[in-house]
Design a protein around this ligand. Structure first.
Ligand code: MF3
Ligand code: CO
Length: 256
């Protein structure tokens, strides 16, 4: 069942996703060599709680932290740890969720730590651009496959891998609602996009093979070949003439 949101509900989803944007910016300011992902998780949790929300990921299907923090070859769902110490040249994907006023916020951003290899910098830029290409297709009358194909075609044109095991999703009172939003697929296929739908688009793109491994901690997804991966995610409301992006990456990028 795909829930269509009222203007008021879209407003509450925007509030949540703006708070996630601010929390991502706050975490981003603290990503420096020597910091542990556990410390970053605490910063995220404190920020979310001090702004009147609760961390949507904490306890979700037993997830043990507030943030997912995935470093280098980790794609998504990295569990914060005091053993993971950030170093110069790393890429750090931070995925955060909030729950406030009955609705969920869910967005992610991949940060570069100091000087990163130019090839890795390109991976980040292409992954973010793939998200924007998908978003450009997120309008009423199009289909989910139009988003999927736009993401896939752009990422693959650089020779990158598109992770297939995980996908975007509807967002509302629950973090994961219908429809699923794969990052690969065919134009003109899949559910029709309608005004009032809210979805998260979240490309997970790898520099090498698209094959991933699920670690034995039950959560962490990493590339099989241990080459880097990037992940950007935002929430969009579907409008008649296009996507209304509810997350604000400019809040994050102002502080980079
Ligand atoms: N942000 C992730 C998603 O889009 C959810 C994180 S999984 C959790 O599906 F368990 F940490 F919540
Ligand atoms: Co998501």
């Amino acid at each position: 069942m795909i829930y269509l949101k009222t203007e008021e509900e879209i407003g509450l989803l925007r509030e949540n996703n703006i708070l996630v944007s601010q929390a991502l910016a706050e975490v981003g300011r603290h990503i420096k060599p020597g910091v542990t992902t556990k410390q970053l998780d605490k910063i995220a949790e404190d920020f979310i709680r001090s702004h009147g929300a609760t961390p949507a990921f904490l306890g979700y299907q037993g997830y043990p932290a507030s943030a997912c923090i995935s470093v280098n070859e980790q794609v998504v769902h990295g569990i914060p740890s005091d053993k993971v110490v950030i170093k110069e040249g790393d890429i750090v994907s931070v995925d955060l969720g909030t729950f406030m006023k009955g609705f969920v916020g869910d967005s992610a951003y991949t940060f570069a730590v100091g000087e990163v290899d130019p090839e890795v910098r390109q991976l980040l830029d292409v992954t973010k651009e793939a998200l924007y290409r998908g978003t450009a297709q997120a309008k009423a009358g199009n289909r989910v496959g139009d988003i999927s194909a736009a993401v896939q075609d752009y990422a693959e044109s650089f020779g990158y891998g598109v992770v297939r095991e995980l996908e975007g999703h509807g967002l509302g009172r629950k973090m994961h609602e219908a429809p699923g939003v794969p990052n690969f697929g065919m134009r003109g296929r899949g559910p029709m996009l309608k005004e009032g739908m809210v979805i998260c688009i979240e490309p997970m793109i790898t520099m090498g093979s698209r094959a991933v491994v699920f670690e034995r901690d039950g959560w962490t997804v990493r590339t099989k070949d241990r080459k880097p991966a990037a992940h950007y995610e935002f929430a969009v409301a579907i409008r008649k003439d296009g996507a209304d992006v509810l997350t604000d990456f400019s809040i994050i990028e102002q502080s980079l």
